[in-house]
Design a protein. Structure first.
Length: 80
C-alpha cells in the first residue's frame, strides 16, 4: 500500500484529497475509509491507500486507512 497525507477535506461533501509522493493530490471519498471514522479524519493525517479508478476513469484512492506499524507487514514484505 502507498502512503500519503490528507491535504484537503471537504467535510460537508464527504471527500478529500491525499497528497502523494509524486507531488500531486489524489481524490478519495469517505466510503473508501477502512478502520477509521470520517469525523476523525483531519488534514495532515498520514494514511495508507491503494489506487483505483473513479467511475469517470480518473485515478482515486481506495481502501484508505491508517498506516500499519512495520511489524505487521511480516518479514518478507517491503524488503529486499
Amino acid at each position: 500500500m502507498a502512503r500519503g497525507t490528507i491535504r484537503k477535506l471537504i467535510s460537508d461533501r464527504g471527500y478529500g484529497f491525499i497528497h502523494i509522493e509524486e507531488g500531486t493530490d489524489l481524490f478519495f471519498h469517505q466510503s473508501q475509509l477502512q478502520g477509521v471514522d470520517w469525523p476523525s479524519v483531519k488534514e495532515g493525517l498520514e494514511v495508507e491507500y491503494e489506487v483505483g479508478k473513479h467511475r469517470d476513469g480518473r485515478p482515486e484512492a481506495i481502501k484508505v486507512g491508517l498506516p500499519r506499524p512495520k511489524s505487521e507487514y511480516g518479514p518478507h514484505q517491503g524488503g529486499l
